[in-house]
Write a protein that binds this ligand. Sequence first.
Ligand SMILES: [Zn+2]
Length: 175
Amino acid sequence: MRACAGCKRRDETEEFIRFVEFEGELLPDLTRKLPGRGYNVCPTYKCIKDFIKRKFRGRKNPDEIYERTVKALKDYILHLISLSHKTGITVIGQDEIKKLRSCEGTLILAEDLSPKTKERLKREEWLTLEDVFNSEEIGNALRRERRVGALFVERVGLGRKVYENVRKLKSLLSK
Ligand SMILES: [Zn+2]
């Protein structure tokens, strides 16, 4: 159990984003591996802001740290997608995703996919991330020559990390 350095709420360690002071910079430590003084913070704009105000009043800009965190999470998710793909837990493309039977996971829909297509692919039981990446970014993460508009990652193995981090990103973006 840890407590948020913004609101003091207590929860399991993996529910927070760890920040670390590293060579004078305040960095989001998404893999929890960087050395240095660490702080756990809820994945929300408000808690990041309150945390910065409390610990670094006037020395750090909350909006800058927030933007940096969103960017780092996006990059990390693309990296996790890439690794997940190699372990065979990804399903690519609308037709294949529609054929999926009941399984838990994360659905990633590109911002350049039509609204109608997005609605058709969504399912209640899935965590959906839409309009964050474009189909070129998703395609690149999968090392594909073509664009990929829809991607499903099963919630097994590395797919659990995808799920966990997508949930954090969604929480951060809903400010
Ligand atoms: Zn908090």
